[in-house]
Design a protein around this ligand. Sequence first.
Ligand code: GCU
Length: 655
Amino acid sequence: MPTLRARFSSGLSSISEAFGFGFNVYESPNVFLETLHLAERMSLMNNLVSCLTLVGCLVFPSGPVVAQVAPLIANISARQTTSLDGQWQAIVDPYDVGALDYRAQPLKNHQGFYKNYKPQSELELVEYDFDSSGQLHVPGDWNTQRESLLFYEGSVWYKRSFDYAKSPKNRLFLHFGACNYLAAVYLNGEELGEHEGGFTPFDFEITDRVRAHGNFLVLRINNSRGKDQVPTINTDWWNYGGITRPVTLVDVPETFVQDYFVQLEKGSTRQIKGWLQLNGPRLQQNVTIRIPEAGLSKTFQTDSKGHTEFAFSSDLTLWSPENPKLYSVEIASETDQLEDRIGFRSIEVRGTDILLNGKPLFLRGISIHEEAPLRSGRAWSEDDARTLLSWAKELGCNFVRLAHYPHNEAMLRMADLMGVLVWGEVPVYWTIRWENPSTLHNAENQLNEMIARDHNRAALIIYSVANETPINDARNRFLRQLIQDAHSADSTRLVSAALQAHEVTDRNRITIHIDDPIGSDLDVLGNNEYIGWYVRRPSDADSIDWVSEYDKPLIMSEFGGDALFGYHGDVLTRWTEEYQENLYEHQIVMLKRIPFLRGMTPWILKDFRSPRRTLPRIEDYFNRKGLVSDHGEKKKAFFVLQRFYRELQIAQPLN
Ligand code: GCU
């Protein structure tokens, strides 16, 4: 059934349909309006608008609902694909004239940009033309492609023409790695659907819509911030807009392997447990999981829904940062087959310990934003991933926190290859609209899309459901729902969140208490603290104690301070490399004294763009807490952390 939103955009006539009002349906809305005098017309419009808003608020308490037309297809790169990346035509449309008329009503005629209409005569009025408009590179954010778009938030229309000779029996899907924030997708002048959320993949089936020649794919991407969105209006990162990750045509058999989960069972280093899902008319088939290198081949039957669960024992070399062993896993049904590179490892907690393959582990980490290492803008490629993870490894890391949203798939697969454990996160960041059911729906959807895309990546060990969120009942309910969702979607991984503990001072002894009520639902506690930067002096950290309400491992998910590369001074002069270096030294003294600390991801690997950072000649719209500058230069604190991680590698376990 089309979303109500789609029904809304089909002009006034659908209103009587939608609401069964006792209107006589006129041959067209305009005729109906002409019968009314201006005043009557205005009051009717107001009534209509107010009831639209009312209904909107009732049904969509916070604007558009995610319309995922096709279930997510796993492991795109192993399929028969055609890339649509490259230069796309683009129209910057701050007033949405490509979608709405001057009454803010959805355009249905050829004035709608998704029609890609050309004037049929000299006389005909058409006020847009993709082919003589500028171009933007896909994938890529628009902000760093044109000076004029650096701060731009609003709509941009993209158009890409293509021909495609589809084999008659096959099906064809359009796959998007991610588009920030709201994407409306059209093919050959017809709406395919929408997706909300800037950091997860989505796809649409176009089997019956694609032509052999002259297809035109049009997207309206809007990155305007909204209170009810996820993330909401306030973030400390740049709101990069655009088609930020690859666009791919995916050609699959009529019945294909849509998704699968092949991992070790929770707490086991030998038992493989998983499932497989077919998509298509022939749902009951024999399917085979092969791991040729291990001499493993197992066949199962899918049920009438095309689903099978399986379990079998194995004797595999386990994946770990020291030995990131990946196996070629062949997944075949009677009508489809594909290969994936999968590592097998177990991850669990026992008391305050985190166990990888049954052994206690300390997570030597760093936080990373998804920004390209040596050019500005969103990262998306294998090279970007390799460079960022190489810097992390140079630091001595075995772990990274990918903040604050799901990073691109290339990053997760590179972490698998390079042996770097990963904390993944959904952008439930700061003060979200906890009471709003559609905000929760949106957050759940982003969480499920992240899990669906990455659940076969050995490197990924932790799902984080939130960052620095204020404690209140609505928030607790919201986060408990996400924690439950994560555990039910994938019981093999750990769930965490970046909390904010509070300080208690008693006779000059400072103690930090971790007692956030959500801690009871998490497998691993995360905590952000900025002792020495936002609170207190760096040296105060030396004597600060930490206590936790929970017998659980703690990861210090953020700490740090800003420094401008090359700016030098004494250790108490802010923004100098010496200040940051000194802060790290004192942090390490404090962290070493926390008995239940099992990991840390200092804020942050590299300076990154932020609209909240306006200090001229120091910040210039960059958060300067990186250990590496935005030009790849290493600051003094980089070497403080490197030395500490080397020490840990020699002395592990820490406690
Ligand atoms: C917060 C937040 C980060 C932010 C950092 C900072 O803790 O989680 O997103 O960038 O602090 O202030 O630098």
